[in-house]
Design a protein around this ligand. Structure first.
Ligand code: GLY
Ligand code: MN
Ligand code: MN
Length: 376
């Protein structure tokens, strides 16, 4: 598997983005979200941008990425590379790439461009192309990222298999007497060992009463017999994030703990059963939530059921409760997302079970494959 998406797939993304530009009536789009830049160009950089017009594609970065960027554009015919010299402001290069449209409409990504940068770019553009209008746009690249192409689906299968293997090795190592942060260190070392470039987020090891805090991280508490322990971890592979949670018991599970874990697992299955092409993504949440509510856990399930995965760990589709702005997200082949119900009881503890799923042209599949019940 190649390290970045093959050039023909990156070029196909450019073509789909140009359709979005036409739909939005834009002559150009400035892309400053770094995951969006990576998606379109293959370049993962801390300083980079893309300017797309109806007939040009310019990747802008600085000298630190020269060799990598040259390699990436070499097999994308027509793509220009601008390496900004240290003597000019990075945003001057953006203005110069945008001003080629003359009297036209140039979009920028409102969610990824500060007010300060906007004012500065506006001033630079006014000097270069006074008739060029800058306007905010939203989600034009993110919309494309929701549907994974064949290379991305291969990456997800591989990443989820590695995460599953890592989980089976890691989970038995979370033992009574260890501090939460020691367990987190074991998890993160194993993620690197099996090929992940970095953790996808701050690893969660939440033991005993801490397990009632859904996004606790990992502190100094020592894992103790009788605890529920939420282990939530993920890694970044070829730029893509995968995400998994298991809740273990330290020592035999009490009847209440076992029942809680079984009810959550059943709710996860109920959500997965809703994964069908054309079904609104919110139906996965509905299926999961109805199952949790029937088990008496509805009030303790205080978060959404899941989220899309991709170049960011939380992206579309939102697998959350129905809200007016989420209606228009029907499930389609190529979507990859988590299903992660949980229930939390302050002072007693909580549990969550999270797996990664995909909708493919032949139906819904689980990507991760790890036993759901663990007792140490
Ligand atoms: N650990 C982040 C999440 O599960 O969404
Ligand atoms: Mn998650
Ligand atoms: Mn997670």
């Amino acid at each position: 598997m190649t390290l970045v998406a093959p050039a023909h797939l990156r070029l196909a993304r450019h073509a789909r983005l140009r359709e979005q530009l036409r739909g939005a009536g834009l002559d150009a789009l400035l892309i400053t979200s770094l995951p969006n830049v990576a998606y379109l160009s293959g370049l993962f950089a801390s300083a980079a941008a893309v300017v797309v017009t109806r007939d040009r594609f310019t990747l802008i970065t600085d000298g630190r990425y020269l060799g990598i960027a040259q390699g990436l554009v070499a097999d994308m015919p027509g793509v220009e590379l601008v390496i900004t010299p240290a003597t000019i402001a990075f945003d001057q290069a953006l203005a110069e790439a945008l001003c080629v449209i003359g009297n036209g409409r140039a979009g920028f990504e409102s969610a990824h461009f500060t007010v300060k940068r906007f004012g500065d770019l506006q001033a630079r553009l006014t000097k270069l192309a006074p008739g060029c209008e800058l306007e905010g746009s939203e989600g034009l690249v993110e919309r494309l990222r929701i549907l994974k192409d064949e290379w991305e689906l291969e990456v997800f299968s591989e990443a989820a298999a590695r995460l599953s293997d890592a989980a089976k090795c890691i989970i038995p190592k979370a033992l009574a007497g260890m501090r939460e942060r020691e367990v987190a260190a074991v998890i993160e070392a194993e993620l690197r060992r099996v090929g992940f470039d970095k953790p996808a987020f701050d690893t969660i090891v939440a033991s005993g009463p801490n397990s009632a805090v859904p996004h606790y991280r990992a502190g100094d508490r020592v894992l103790t017999a009788g605890d529920l322990v939420v282990l939530d971890f993920g890694g970044v592979f070829r730029g893509y994030a995968v995400d998994l949670t298991r809740t273990i018991t330290v020592g035999p599970a009490s009847a209440r703990q076992r029942r809680l874990l079984e009810d959550i697992a059943a709710a996860q299955d109920a959500g997965f059963a809703m994964v069908r092409e054309g079904q609104p993504a919110t139906d996965i949440d509905r299926g999961t939530r109805e199952s949790m509510t029937a088990a008496g856990l509805g009030d303790a399930f205080g978060h959404g059921t899941g989220h899309g995965l991709g170049l960011e760990v939380h992206e579309r589709p939102r697998i959350a409760q129905f809200r007016a702005e989420l209606v228009g997200e029907p499930l389609q082949p190529g979507m990859v997302f988590t299903i992660e119900p949980g229930a939390y009881f302050p002072d007693w503890g909580g549990a969550r079970i999270e797996d990664d799923a995909a909708l493919t042209t032949s139906g819904a599949i689980w990507l991760t494959d790890v036993p759901r019940f663990w007792t140490h």
